[in-house]
Write a protein that binds this ligand. Structure first.
Ligand SMILES: *Cc1c(COP(=O)(O)O)cnc(C)c1O
Length: 407
């Protein structure tokens, strides 16, 4: 039987799963991710509701003393939130999912797995709010962080101390779109008994699944691609193994930064079209990246989907796409404030991942909390802009960029 299982496992592919039933083999084809996404919440409610209902109830009656329906109080568990959490776990290939009131609430809960004296190795050009959380909040509780270029395993290895407990990485990085090798980081971390935590906000489980590449915890700002409509603030986490999931579940309830049922429903609704949105957004992004590359005012374009990008091959080896975020730097005589005023389709706003295209000025917006000398060294300077490409017609987006960059 064991030998048979081994032989069968040789035939395991991404598309097919083999199950044993009473000695026979039944072949069950795993559903495509587009099918899984569209079907989230369906066939789960006893009423037959196709759209899983919003359970606006803070508390649930006990059938009798010592018995529970599985739901007691909505901080601990809520049916709508559970559909979302289970879906994320299934999409990421984790054992359990958790929904929080924001991406930073999710990261706060993850950092609460650790204690005073613990040390982290963190991607240096990461989301500014995560940087602030490490440096201005958890630092006060004795959790230290060293910020390195996580595309360089030698820099990670050189930063490992006796009290290092985890590597926290964002790939592609924010806003410079550097691609880190998730498999290699996980191998390195495992060999030093460190956890690997990946912020997967920029690609979503539709394009990249870090847990399947060896990471222990994956976290999302679901305010971005997963919600997808610039209408909700939320965070999601999935853990690969039960012991971490158990502790995260305890902390989710103990700290209490949970996502409400209405916002959970908005994410379920958003997830249904995640694949369609990302396919459209990343094809627009690639066209815009090529267009920017040829623009006389543009100095550099940072998008891993450009074949000249140093992370292009690596990105293809660990993800199924390049995403819809790109950054570009302008030549140093350009006036960014004037340019930002001229956009008519693309909005000058923080955030990313929604159907509406947004342009951000990381130097003064998302990354203002990173010290000046660090921003300068990274190339995160006053000439850098980041676009989150939406689902609008690409010609309209290029026309808008063209008029904004014409003097
Ligand atoms: C936005 C963002 C966060 C923070 O999420 P919130 O939902 O705004 O709290 C964390 N990581 C990345 C990569 C982000 O883009």
């Amino acid at each position: 039987m064991i030998l048979e299982m081994r032989l069968i496992s040789l035939f395991l592919s991404r598309k097919r799963l083999y199950y044993f039933f009473g000695g026979g083999i039944e072949i069950v084809k795993e559903q495509n991710i587009l099918t899984k996404l569209a079907q989230i919440g369906n066939r789960l409610d006893p009423t037959g509701a196709i759209s899983f209902p919003v359970y606006h109830s803070s508390t649930f009656a006990h059938p009798e003393l010592g018995k529970s329906t599985g739901y007691d109080y909505s901080r601990s568990a809520n049916p709508t939130r559970k559909v979302l959490e289970d879906s994320l776990a299934a999409l990421e290939g984790g054992c359990k999912g958790f929904a929080f009131s924001s991406g930073l609430a999710a990261i706060t809960t993850i950092l609460s797995l650790f204690k005073s004296g613990d040390h982290f190795i963190v991607t240096e050009d990461l989301y500014g709010g995560t940087y602030r959380l490490f440096q201005q909040v958890f630092n006060e509780f004795g959790i230290e962080a060293t910020f390195v270029d996580t595309t360089r395993p030698d820099q990670i290895e050189a930063s490992i101390c006796p009290n290092t407990k985890a590597v926290f990485c964002e790939t592609p990085s924010n806003p410079l779109m550097k691609v880190a090798d998730i498999r290699q980081i996980c191998r390195l971390a495992q060999s030093h008994h460190l956890l690997t935590i990946v912020d997967n906000t920029f690609l979503s489980p539709y394009l990249q699944r870090p847990l399947q590449l060896g990471a222990d915890i994956v976290v999302h700002s679901a305010s971005k691609f997963i919600g997808g409509h610039n209408d909700v603030i939320a965070g999601l986490v999935a853990a690969r193994e039960e012991h971490l999931a158990e502790r995260l579940g305890f902390l989710q309830n103990a700290l209490g930064a949970v996502l409400g049922p209405q916002d959970s429903w908005l994410l379920i609704r958003g997830l249904k079209t995640l694949g369609l949105r990302l396919e459209c957004q990343q094809s627009n992004a690639l066209r815009i990246a090529h267009w920017l590359e040829n623009h006389p005012l543009v100095d550099q374009v940072f998008y891993p989907g450009l074949s000249a990008h140093p992370g292009y091959d690596l990105q293809l080896s660990q993800s199924s796409g390049f995403g819809a975020i790109l950054s570009f730097s302008l030549k140093d005589h350009c006036s960014i404030p004037d340019i930002l005023q001229k956009f008519k389709v693309i909005s000058f706003a923080e955030s990313l991942g929604g159907v509406e295209s947004l342009i951000t000025y990381p130097y003064i917006q998302t990354h203002a909390d990173i010290p000046e000398e660090v921003r300068k060294r990274l190339g995160l300077n006053e000439y850098l802009l980041r676009i989150s490409v939406g689902i609008e017609d690409c010609n309209d987006l290029i026309d808008d960029l063209n008029q904004a960059l014409t003097f």
